[in-house]
Design a protein around this ligand. Structure first.
Ligand code: FAD
Length: 306
């Protein structure tokens, strides 16, 4: 069913969510839940702590044509100042684990990746050292197939507990086609509720050395201390978006308080009070200038919520 006016999806959502059984927060400012520190209120923010009742609610929302999307740690999102025009489903209360059985680890979607990296190091399990410094949730990092250097989250994923938009809970066993560069085509548009990872046993001291070396490299090459969403653009094949932006002379380019980092050109920093529109127009200006200079059309990695 197609909703014709903004009011109609809100009314429909209200009627469905009133029935329960999933916890619903109202008018939640997303500026406090995104690493950019930007974003107006979510009219409805679902915070389920159990996949079963959530599945029922997602099925009903889909049946009524109510739009919704999923929130992890908000580290890859640029949210409009008016807030998203859909129901937000947050994974924050689905944060069980990690449950470690040998080299297999089951963990909830809302669990923090920096904490997971630490727990795996202590447990002597290798595979996610590269994720040191990625401030996402497990669900967001599975969905985005977050990565750095040679490492990608999907390389460690054995299976994913998902909820389809129609409300079915399904276990997806990861295969060679499940993940690609910064996306997870094999998961489609499903909600990630939990993941089972397969890691490699190793000495905790050696794992810690690798974690520290990734941390040192990140601190040396990336900006710290300002709100941002990590890399704005995906790397085009055979090149780096940051190198292209730098070579186009765009470091320091600003729209209001939003500025291209002079440490890593693929980062945009919110120096304080930047709006969605300011960041979005800076992104567009960078893309245009790089295209004019190099003929390469950069694709954004950061996701816009409007
Ligand atoms: C300082 C900094 C450094 C970063 N470094 C890196 C890096 O090295 N490598 C890298 O790849 N990224 C990096 N990022 C970007 C970001 O951390 C990753 O994209 C991460 O995977 C996003 O996870 P999240 O939980 O914050 O997802 P969100 O930002 O909340 O959401 C991102 C996308 O995933 C979807 N999503 C979130 N949770 C779920 C779920 N449970 N089920 C289904 N879909 C979901 C959202 O709908 C959205 O489409 C960095 C960001 C920052 C701020």
């Amino acid at each position: 069913m197609l909703m014709t006016a903004a009011k109609s999806w809100i009314d429909e959502a209200q009627a469905i969510l009133r029935e329960g059984p999933v916890r619903v927060l109202r008018d939640v400012p997303l500026s406090g839940r995104t690493c950019f520190g930007i974003g107006g209120p979510a009219r409805f923010l679902l915070a389920p702590d159990d996949p079963e009742p959530l599945a029922g609610v997602l099925g009903r929302l889909t049946g009524a044509g109510v739009p919704f999307d999923f929130l992890g740690a908000g580290s890859n999102l640029l949210v409009s100042d008016e807030g998203p025009s859909f129901v937000v489903v947050a994974a924050e209360a689905l944060a069980a684990g990690p449950e470690i059985r040998g080299a297999s680890v089951r963990v909830g979607a809302g669990f923090s990746v920096p904490k997971l990296v630490k727990r795996l190091q202590q447990a002597g399990l290798s595979g996610l050292e590269f994720a040191e410094g990625i401030p996402g949730s497990v669900g967001g990092c599975v969905r985005m197939n977050a990565g750095w250097h040679e490492g990608m989250f999907g390389q460690t994923v054995a299976s994913v507990t998902t909820i389809t938009r129609q409300g079915a809970i399904e276990e997806v066993v990861a295969g060679t086609e499940t993940f690609a560069y910064r996306k997870s085509p094999g998961l489609g548009d499903r909600f990630v509720a939990a993941a089972t990872l397969r890691l490699t046993p190793d000495d905790p001291g050696r794992i810690q050395e690798r974690v520290l070396s990734f941390r040192e490299h990140r601190v040396r090459t990336q900006p710290t201390g300002r709100k941002n969403a990590g890399c704005i653009f995906k790397n085009p094949p055979g090149d780096h978006a940051g190198r292209l932006i730098d070579a186009t002379g765009l470091k320091g380019l600003a729209v209001g308080p939003a500025v291209v980092s002079d440490r890593h050109a693929n980062f945009i920093l919110n120096r304080g009070g930047a709006t969605f529109k300011e960041v979005a127009s800076l992104i567009d200006a960078v893309r245009e200038a790089v295209f004019k200079q190099t003929g390469i059309a950069l694709e954004t990695e950061v996701i816009r919520w409007i």
